[in-house]
Design a protein. Structure first.
Length: 456
């Protein structure tokens, strides 16, 4: 120990950290946000900082203070940082300012996977979403109705305090700091009014969308009546002009939403994280996005569009029944020319005996003018449709299981849609690095392959 130790000797040759460090250095990312002006704070190489974040997210350490602690106590992290110790402010600032670099690295990793023959250039993708808790408590939210009640209550309290203040001025005696109490309630009233206004704006946007759906349903039923047919089902109801009393606004992270978590019937303050995953074997995430929509009805086309064409051209698209939306499916197939396999209704897990024995009844091809739901139901019942749709369960769902259970990412650490989207990009990048390491048989990548991927 008379000479400085080489930390590479303290780690196995097939360790994940070697792969991540070499990958980020050889990919040659150029879009880092650099402090060219300089400051009193210590500066660190951007490739080192990105390797630090990717490795820590891949191993379940996402908070900036937790990462800072790891630079002191984790040998692999000390190896990345070359025995330096970026503080949590530096780590947080780098993460916040380098979303473009994370996206560039994300695409280059997929290009590398193609060069390494781990992923095909054209193939099937699976789409799914998962709810991930926001960095906010659902108890920090207020409903539209409750906010109105609180405003009226606080106004009465302000009036009472004003009268008490006038009385105290006359008697020149008071044991309570009345101006502070009045100001605190007035500030609370202002925040509650803002919350109600935001809820009204959100409701108006939703109402416009629902109004278009309502008018389309009415027109369809009128067309059926004109053709001499009796419309089935209940008459459509126009959307309400006023927001529902239960619509909520969160004061900590206003852009997040209350969403149903899992199948247990409870609700959490969450974000809806979307991912498009390679269904041809690699299970790499090909595209991702983040939304605050509580369901996936309108998320199919935007999520497919997040897949970059340079590393992967989309062939078929698989999604569960939560994504079924006739106009969206028609738009995707018409404009992008892809074949979609989206469940029209919920189906039971497992394989039926008739399907196992290949005795499925044959159905006639629906006519060209048939409804999208009829065509999709026929496609999903075909032998090809059943075979392809089975890929969805063991391609995209395990990805979310690894992210939540293995990588330990169950809650965002940032707030606001731009920052939370950036963190989801970083999580998906860390997952892809971890997955590509496994696909490469836990070996370092050949430099020839890297040079090809990087255009060298």
């Amino acid at each position: 120990m008379l000479l400085p130790p080489d930390l590479r000797d303290w780690l196995p040759e097939d360790h994940l950290v070697h792969f991540i460090v070499e990958a980020i250095e050889l990919l040659g990312v150029e879009s880092y946000h650099l402090n060219h002006r300089g400051s009193g704070s210590e500066q660190y190489p951007p490739a080192m900082m990105q390797a630090l974040l990717v490795y820590c997210y891949a191993t379940g350490r996402c908070g900036s203070r937790t990462i800072e602690d790891a630079t002191h106590i984790d040998v692999a992290v000390r190896y990345i940082c070359a025995n330096t110790h970026p503080d949590h402010d530096t780590i947080c600032a780098f993460r916040r300012n380098n979303g473009k670099a994370f996206r560039e690295t994300f695409v280059k990793v997929l290009e590398l996977a193609c060069e390494q023959k781990c992923m095909s250039r054209v193939g099937i993708i699976s789409i799914d979403g998962t709810k991930i808790q926001a960095n906010a408590s659902k108890h920090s939210a207020v409903s539209y109705g409750r906010a109105g009640e609180l405003i009226e209550q606080l106004r009465l309290e302000v009036d009472a305090l004003m009268k008490e203040a006038e009385k105290a001025d006359a008697e020149e005696e008071s044991t309570v700091k009345l101006p502070d109490e009045i100001r605190r309630r007035e500030d609370r009233i202002a925040r509650l009014k803002e919350a109600r206004e935001v809820i009204r704006e959100r409701h108006e946007e939703e109402r416009k969308e629902k109004q278009a759906e309502y008018e389309a349903k009415v027109a369809k039923r009128e067309a059926q009546r004109d053709a001499g047919k009796k419309p089935r089902g209940r008459e459509p109801v126009p959307p309400s002009e006023k927001p529902d009393r239960k619509k909520q606004y969160n004061f900590t992270d206003p852009e997040s939403r209350i969403m149903k978590a899992g199948n247990k019937g409870h609700f959490e303050q969450s974000w809806n994280a979307q991912a498009a995953v390679d269904a041809d074997g690699s299970q790499l995430i090909l595209g991702n996005r983040l939304t605050n929509a509580p369901n996936d009805k309108n998320e199919l086309v935007p999520t497919v569009n997040e897949v970059e064409n340079s590393p992967r051209e989309v062939g078929d698209v698989l999604a569960d029944n939560g994504y079924y939306n006739g106009p969206e499916i028609e738009k995707l197939e018409r404009t992008d020319g892809v074949q979609t396999y989206v469940a029209v209704e919920k189906t039971l897990h497992g394989v039926k005996l008739d399907e196992l024995l290949g005795k499925l009844p044959s159905e006639a091809e629906p006519p060209a003018e048939a409804d999208t739901a009829v065509k999709m139901r026929h496609r999903m019942r075909s032998a090809e449709g059943r075979q392809k749709y089975r890929l969805r369960k063991h391609t995209v769902e395990p990805v979310f299981g690894i992210i939540k259970s293995v990588m330990g990412f169950r809650q965002f650490h940032l707030r606001g849609h731009p920052k939370v989207s950036l963190e989801w990009d970083l999580v998906c990048l860390a997952y892809n690095m971890k997955r590509l390491f496994k696909l490469n048989d836990s070996r370092a990548l050949p430099e020839i392959g890297w040079q090809v991927a990087c255009g060298g």
